[in-house]
Design a protein around this ligand. Sequence first.
Ligand SMILES: [Zn+2]
Length: 121
Amino acid sequence: MRNHVAQQLPLEACGLLAGKNDRVEKILLVRNQAQSPVRYVMDPYEQLKAFSWIESHNLDLLGIFHSHPTGPETASATDIAEAAYEVVYLIWSLNGDTWQARGFFIGNGQVLDVPLVIQDG
Ligand SMILES: [Zn+2]
């Protein structure tokens, strides 16, 4: 996921996280239809394909990730306004040269930090 986010620079990257019981088992990359450095819009066809993949593999949608190549490290006003799912919103941002990820629950205009455990491989 980090590689994908880095490769999409300077554009925002986005995708879905699927798994079971709070454990992500599959990362599904989705094209950013907006092709913008400050916005993401999931390509509807790829998003639909990803949703049906998740369903056919008996997994749950656990999270939605996207990147903020120019910050902030937290959810933006747009992210809060557009959050439509009760899942973890994972946001990648650049801290110097290093990508960092933070997780949030976004609902009713509020943002709660969600601790992440990230494993490589
Ligand atoms: Zn955002």
